[in-house]
Structure formats: C-alpha cells, structure tokens
Design a binder for this molecule. Sequence first.
Ligand SMILES: N=CN[C@@H](CCC(=O)O)C(=O)O
Ligand SMILES: [Zn+2]
Length: 415
Amino acid sequence: MSAACSPKFSKNCRPEGESSVSHLVTGIGQLVTNDPSVGDGSALGLLDDAAVVIEDDRIAWVGSAASAPPSDSAQDLGGRAVVPGFVDSHSHLVFAGDRSGEFAARMTGEPYTGGGIATTMAATRAASDDQLRQHVGTLLAEMRSQGTTTVEIKSGYGLDVEQESRALRIAAEFTSEVTYLGAHVVPPLFRDRRHEYVELVAGEMLEACAPHARWADVFCEPASAHAFDGDETRTVLRACAEAGLLPRVHGNQLAEGPGAQIAVELDAASVDHCTYLTDADVAALGAAGRLVDSENPVTGTVATLLPGVEFSTRSPYPDARRLLDAGAVVALATDCNPGTCFSSSMPLIIALAVREMKLSPAQALLAATLGGALALRRADVGRIRVGARADLTVLEAPSYLHLAYRPGVPLARAL
Ligand SMILES: N=CN[C@@H](CCC(=O)O)C(=O)O
Ligand SMILES: [Zn+2]
C-alpha cells in the first residue's frame, strides 16, 4: 500500500492505473458551500436545489441540479441538506480507561483541575497497541457517523518517550493531523523536578515523536499545578518548531493566563479553550485572526472554542461573540477526551454554541467546518467547491438550521 493510500481517516483511494469515474450527487434541497461567491452570497454560500459532481476524492463540479453535467453514476438525496464535512480540529482519542466517576463528581460540585489526566495515563500505558488502535477506530467511526470527515488527534496520555511516540504512531495510522502533546501535564514521577520533564519533552521525547507528528501542543495553564506556565510553554514550543512541528496551544481554560498571547506571539495555528480571556487577549486574537487567509492559511491564530468541555465540567462558556466582534477567526471542536468532554459529536457542539454561546446557527456551522479547517491550516477541507476534498455531510433535514434546532437527534452523516 503506498503512503498516499494508507487507511487514513476520510481517505478514498483508487488503485493506480484506473481511470477516474464521476459521481453525481443530486436532489440536494439546500447546499452549504462556505463559498460566498456562489448561491445567496452569504458566508455560507447557500444554494437551493443543488448538485455536486465528485471525481475520485475531489469535487469536480458544483451548481444547480437542473444544469448538472452527465456522470458515470448518480444518487438523489431527495431534498436533504448537504453541508461540508465537519472538521474536528481538537481531539485526544488515543487513550484507555474510564473516568465517568470523575464526571459524576463534577456534576455534584467538584472542580476540574487536570489531575485526572494521570489516571488516564496509567490506563493508557497498560493498554496494548491493538487495544488503543481499536478504540481510536471506534471513536472515529462514531465521529464519521455524525458527519465529521477530518479529525486532529493528540497524544498526551503516554507522558514518557516510548509511550508518547507509540500514541503518535497509532494516531498517524488514522489521520495526517497528528499532534505531539508530551506537555499535557507533568507526570507524577516528575512532580518535584518539573524542569527535568520540560527538558525531556523538548529533548529526547521530541526527537522520538517528531517523525510521527505535524503539530506540537502544550497545556499552558499556570493556574493548574499539573500543567505548564508561560516560560515552559515557550521552551517546549520553540524546540518543537526547530524540529519542524507547527505550534498550537491549550490555553485559558481554567483561568486567565498567558496561553492566548503566547499562541499569537509564536504564530500558532490555534489556541484552544479560550474560556477566560482578558480584553488584551481578545484584541490580540482579533489582530491574529485578520492575518488568517482562508485561501492560503499559513499564518494567523484561530480561537478554537470547545463548548463540550464547559458542558461536561459545568463551567462558564467562553464569550464567542466578543471574539468575533474583535475580528478573531473562531473554530468549534469536540475536544473528545475521557476527562473534560467524552463526546464525539460535532452536531452537539454546534447546538451548544448556538444555545449557550449565542452564535447564530450560520456562525456555528461555519466555525465547525471552515473554522476547523483554518485551525489546521487546510484549504482543501471545510468548503464545498471545485478542487476541494469531496467531504460531504448529509442531513436528514431540509436545512442546516436543524443542526441546532433538533439537538440530540442523529441528523448528520458523512456521505
Ligand atoms: N486541558 C487539557 N486537556 C484536555 C483534558 C484532558 C483530560 O482531563 O483527560 C482538555 O483539552 O480539556
Ligand atoms: Zn484538549
């Protein structure tokens, strides 16, 4: 099997030498393209009574069903809505064990501190490669059945050289968006010598992990004794950048702190959580958002919001409108993980963003698709237009509004 045809999430390969076949998807009652140059001219680029032609794994044509070109095969969606496949730009799928008890304690008033990560670390270290692989596959199948077509996966529950590189190797079997998170928390063994752990993460562990990853991430949260402060975050991310990994940051989840500003300073693709931001943080993210070029997303920092975490930790939601008003680019993701949000559902995240963070249904859908793509610096996903990946999500509904209007109902599936 060639590298291009490895069984990555959402890959769709044709044996070499076979000629391409075209497939017409028609009867689309409402098509969300995220291309403002088509349809109603809104940011969602809405087209009624639409059709799409797919060749191999790419979109070859988009337009009205009445003017669709002839194709080798066809399917009629009977008036259902189609949206770009959801881009889940933040997940921690390589883990074992169960922390439902911790969730139950939070629901009766215990705060989240990050301390439970060590529990998952122990269970993950004890699991075999095949057990981890099978679990990732199950969670990805759950995601796909709910309309997600691109997924980022982090390490972060191994926390030693061998275990972190194993987690990344396994993640890379499923996606090209793999993130090295050796700096998730300081593991118990290093509690009294955290500087040695930072050295390890920025040295020997990085060397073993860099070949398997595209991204590097740090849980920058000085308010938590388990996570990393600003200086430690800079040390790790600078070393990772030298090793060729692109930075991203977990920041401002539990309290105000330096995470968002460091993300902007280091031109990280994204700072994720953003629950507690100062006015200066919001201004910095607004300025960084204006650098994001959606045609060529190689600079600028996206603010990625994870409302499933606030839901599952009973915490205040981030102020999404304040970020948008400042000019920030906002993404939505699940943060699927055993501690703070064990949900794989982007439709749930969209519904929470609308109901709890006051995004309009259009803003929430844009953030869950194009926003996620920009948080991964990808121009080939998050939109339905010629040349993009043919990642279509079909809704059992006449319009995208139903994603938030019918929470908890399984409407979305990847085509
Ligand atoms: N905040 C850090 N990491 C995860 C939680 C991981 C865990 O508690 O297991 C998050 O993004 O919320
Ligand atoms: Zn996370």
